[in-house]
Design a protein around this ligand. Structure first.
Ligand SMILES: Nc1nc2c(c(=O)[nH]1)N[C@H]1C(S)=C(S)[C@@H](COP(=O)(O)O)O[C@H]1N2
Ligand SMILES: [Mo]
Length: 259
């Protein structure tokens, strides 16, 4: 496993007191010896409260839907970010032929590994949602996404019982490293989690992740991998790339980026 990379320029990074964040803070505190006994008890009590809160919030937020907006709220130009044109010969070749030869590879801890064409993804029942994309840099944008529901796609490949995480590997590199992301099974099976192939009613442009990009509407922008080429179900991401479950996570951002 590589060393954790330095944090990229900090765009007002938010500390999310949910799940792993709260657990991390607890670990730090218990290792602190300079606090007096009563301080430590106080701190511990506060910690318990926060943990309970974090746990409840986690459960509640995972069952709820992200807000959807009326068509009048769609912004005329969706704001692009990160890679907008992958510098990858194989990807460029597929794009030149309108992704006719593109196949989404799905493997790992599944009973039926598959290669799905764009056509077969489009043939599945689709879902359209108008949602707000929030980037960690502090901007938001409302757009209309259409795609296959990831949960339906996963059902087709039949995840094995020990599959705990879904990894998404992209066509692009950023600062020389592969862009990738991951979701746990609950988030992957959320009804608004899509493999999106259309934005605002049009075929997804390369700028926004053609031929498919992930939409995980309860999560922050960097989780929504563009240019997804391969999906792998795994039990742990410890030995994948930097070991923190995503390109930005390897650089210090939260893995659980629920909003
Ligand atoms: N493959 C890939 N996916 C990516 C990125 C990227 O650079 N490469 N950037 C992420 C970030 S930080 C954001 S905010 C959104 C931006 O998506 P957009 O270009 O459609 O606005 O994509 C996310 N997914
Ligand atoms: Mo972002």
């Amino acid at each position: 496993m590589r060393n954790r990379k330095p944090i990229a320029p900090d765009p007002g990074r938010r500390r999310l007191l949910t799940g792993l964040g709260a657990l991390g803070a607890g670990t730090l505190l218990s290792g602190c010896d300079s606090l007096s006994r009563s301080d430590r008890v106080q701190a511990l009590l506060g910690k318990v409260d926060r943990l309970t809160y974090a746990a409840q919030r986690l459960v509640a937020s995972r069952e709820s839907l992200a807000r959807e907006y009326p068509a009048s709220q769609i912004q005329p130009t969706f704001r692009p970010n990160g890679t907008t044109d992958p510098d990858n010969p194989e990807y460029e070749r597929l794009a030149a032929n309108n992704f006719v030869d593109w196949r989404l590879q799905i493997g790992g801890l599944v009973r039926r590994p598959m290669q799905l064409s764009l056509q077969s993804l489009r043939a599945m029942p689709s879902r359209t949602q108008i949602t707000r994309h929030d980037c960690v840099e502090g901007w938001s944008c409302i757009g209309k996404w259409t795609g296959a529901v990831l949960g339906d796609v996963l059902d087709r490949v039949e995840p094995m019982p020990d599959a705990r995480l879904v990894m998404f590997f992209c066509a692009d590199k950023l600062h020389g490293d592969q862009y990738y992301e991951s979701l746990d099974m609950i988030e992957a099976y959320h009804p608004q989690t899509l493999l999106a192939y259309a934005l605002n009613g049009e075929e997804l442009p390369i700028t926004y992740g053609a031929p498919i990009r992930l939409r995980a509407e309860r999560q922050i922008g960097y989780k929504m991998a563009k240019y997804v080429m391969r999906i792998e179900l795994v039990n742990s991401f410890e030995n994948i790339e930097g070991g923190y479950g995503g390109f930005w996570e390897d650089r210090g951002y939260e893995w659980w980026a629920g909003i």
